[in-house]
Design a protein around this ligand. Structure first.
Ligand code: NAD
Length: 486
């Protein structure tokens, strides 16, 4: 089929390459000329495993091209995907300005019978707005509007899109369902489940999925705080919970909390939507509050370990919001960096992929070429993103590089026995810390029999570090302060 994809960002570009790989003829449209030039030359504007190879292959095969001219993309298309960004406004609602622009571009150039598919995450009722916009701009055009929310995970986006576990299609006409079945046939033949429903149900289901996943993460993080106070181990608690198939173990790993371009903004947008529809849903706000608290809890651990933060050097391992991506939008690592800098610390970050975007988003952040350089002379290191390479760090070398051997593990990546053996003061999340005896005492000739670092049992009083900060222009400053573009 002939497919137009409007918006070639994290979702749109993956949509382009996967539909091209499935044998369709795809034109990617983006309003950013710079990005289009890079894409046409086979250079993805962000890191995603496997993307560059697939992009090259599909460009060479002639099934994929890119343009910044709407008529070139839309005029010959049978299906047009809207994959533009829906950033949060200052009040938390999703900005749908780019969605409306995309709808107008379709209206101006589309042939009769086009199926317009919203893939961007949008509030229920948006498809109707898209339909009205197209009908107003081009009275008489025959078209169908479909909701087909995206469930890919950054860092695994290619695998998720080539082999999706489910494809959700909300439509209101037989013709639209037929077109979507044809389009997705290569994927359903390979075993993907196609779920067909009406448009508002599909739109709402996406919000429900993201909110529920965020709920699991925040539940785990709240549990971590309680485990720390009770002297329990949150990982063991999560394992017990996860052994119950009704609960499941996924998304119960605790740490610095969720980030990225989906959960933080989608949760707030869902809360605003619920409010607008007349059903306040305060549980959603609480999920976000607990998530903000996770960053603050890590900052408090650094402060507890170092006493005063003023003038202390803190290394951050990992800046991307999760491993496998260079995306730093709403990254908890950057939220933590801002919090530590505000407290007077010197912060040096390292990430295997995200240093360029992190520096664009936070020019005040110092960056290092590797973890040992980041740790050089540091009073404390914080593991923020669980990239595999951090799991194989040479702990003896790390300890030698640091001024104080103190490690706060924001993802519970390290083994407590290894940290103990390497002589670190080790602060995991939701698990008892490892606190070596530092003080000389006559009782043991080497260390004090008492705990040298008091572990705070005071009630948790976080300084809130929201991932989103509203800006004067009505748009939020993303936690990372970046468009995500190179
Ligand atoms: P992005 O910022 O990476 O990409 C958006 C792209 O749209 C940019 O390249 C921008 O230049 C382009 N654009 C904006 N206005 C345009 C216009 N009028 N015409 C053509 N191009 C235009 O955003 P993203 O991460 O790809 O997210 C897109 C949507 O998908 C959002 O609604 C998001 O919530 C949703 N989503 C994202 C993910 C994810 O993991 N990133 C997953 C599922 C759903």
């Amino acid at each position: 089929m002939r497919v137009a994809v409007i918006g070639t960002g994290h979702v749109g570009l993956i949509t382009c390459v996967t539909f091209a790989r499935a044998g369709h003829h795809v034109v990617g449209l983006d309003s950013d000329d710079h990005k289009v030039a890079f894409l046409a030359a086979g250079e993805p504007p962000f890191y995603e495993p496997g993307l560059e190879d697939l992009l090259h292959e599909e460009l060479e095969a002639g099934r994929l091209r890119f343009t910044s001219h709407p008529e070139e993309a839309v005029a010959g298309a049978e299906v047009a995907f809207i994959c533009v960004g829906t950033p949060p406004l200052a009040n938390g609602e999703a900005s749908l300005v780019a969605v409306e622009e995309a709808a107008r571009a379709v209206a101006l150039h589309a042939p009769d019978g086009i199926v317009v598919v919203e893939k961007s995450t949008v509030p229920a009722g948006t498809a109707e707005r898209v339909a009205v916009t197209i009908a107003r701009e081009r009275p008489g055009l025959k078209f169908h509007v479909v909701s087909n929310p995206e469930f890919l995970r950054e860092g695994r986006a290619i695998a998720d899109s080539l082999r999706p576990d489910r494809i959700l299609v909300g439509a209101g006409s037989v013709r639209a369902f037929q077109a979507m079945r044809r389009l997705y046939r290569p994927f359903t033949r390979a075993g993907a489940t196609l779920i067909e429903t009406d448009v508002p149900t599909a739109e709402l289901a996406k919000h429900a999925c993201n909110a529920f996943l965020a709920l699991k993460i925040s539940f785990g993080n709240a549990l971590a705080r309680i485990c720390e106070l009770a002297g329990a181990d949150v990982v063991a608690v999560a394992d017990v919970m996860g052994a119950d198939h009704r609960i499941g173990r996924d998304f119960l790993d605790v740490g610095l909390g969720y980030g990225g371009y989906c959960f933080p903004k989608d949760l707030v947008a869902f809360e605003r939507l619920a409010e607008r529809l007349g059903y306040p849903f305060p549980l959603l706000r609480e999920i976000a509050r607990i998530n903000d608290e996770a960053v603050e809890a890590a900052a408090m651990k650094v402060a507890e370990a170092l006493w005063n933060l003023e003038g202390k050097r803190v290394a951050l391992f990992g800046l991307a919001f999760k491993p496998g991506t260079d995306d730093v939008r709403f990254s908890p690592a950057l939220a933590l960096a801002r919090r530590l800098l505000r407290a007077g610390a010197r912060v040096i970050g390292y990430d295997p992929r995200a240093t360029a975007l992190a520096s664009e988003a936070m020019p005040e952040l110092e960056l290092a070429a590797d973890p040992y350089e980041a740790a050089d002379g540091a009073h404390c290191a914080v593991l923020c993103t669980d990239w595999d390479e951090f799991g194989t760090l040479d702990l003896a070398r790390l300890r030698r590089a640091m001024r104080y051997p103190v490690l706060v593990d924001g993802r519970n990546m390290f083994d407590r026995a290894d940290m103990e053996e390497a002589g670190f003061a080790y602060y995991p999340t939701g698990r008892p810390p490892v606190l070596p005896n530092l003080l000389w005492s006559p009782a043991n000739g080497n260390g004090s029999p008492k705990r040298p670092h008091p572990v705070s049992t005071a009630p948790f009083r976080p300084e809130r570090e929201p991932l989103t900060e509203p800006a004067a222009d009505g748009h939020a400053i993303l936690g990372a302060g970046t468009s995500g573009r190179r």
